[in-house]
Design a protein around this ligand. Structure first.
Ligand code: ZN
Length: 136
């Protein structure tokens, strides 16, 4: 039988603080000291002003669905018995957009602008995945 390992993110020196925060069930993103904006995905410089001065600041975890896709094709065997499943793009109140799974809702429930909040799925000792769930 084929190994059904879940595909997991690759943790690098640049994104490690993001994943360490997720293990604590905190959503933290890089915030630029020069222009005071958050950015995601993690990178070594602010994508707007190229400053290298930033910190990892907690964000609200609240946002809205701005796009989604429902996967029917099985690209990884782990998902063989999980299709069709949704991947949503969530625009956080702070601005950056993240891709994640939506939990606590059916694929038919998903709407543009749907209010959501972050929640966390502990997958391995190293990886806890930020996910999103509906909020009222
Ligand atoms: Zn900046």
């Amino acid at each position: 039988m084929a190994q059904l390992a879940r595909p997991l993110p690759i943790i690098s020196p640049v994104n490690r603080p993001f994943w360490e925060a997720a293990r604590r069930h905190e959503l933290r993103l890089q915030r630029c000291h020069a222009c005071d904006r958050f950015w995601y995905p993690p990178g070594p410089v602010c994508p707007r002003c190229w400053s290298r001065q930033y910190d990892w600041a907690a964000v609200s975890g609240r946002g809205a669905v701005t796009s989604w896709v429902v996967f029917h094709q099985v690209y990884f065997q782990y998902f063989r018995d999980r299709v069709p499943y949704a991947v949503v793009q969530v625009e956080l109140e702070e601005g950056p957009r993240l891709l994640a799974n939506l939990v606590g809702a059916t694929n038919a429930d998903i709407r543009m602008g749907m209010p959501v909040e972050v929640c966390f799925e502990e997958v391995t000792a190293e990886v806890t995945l930020p996910q999103f769930r509906p909020r009222s």
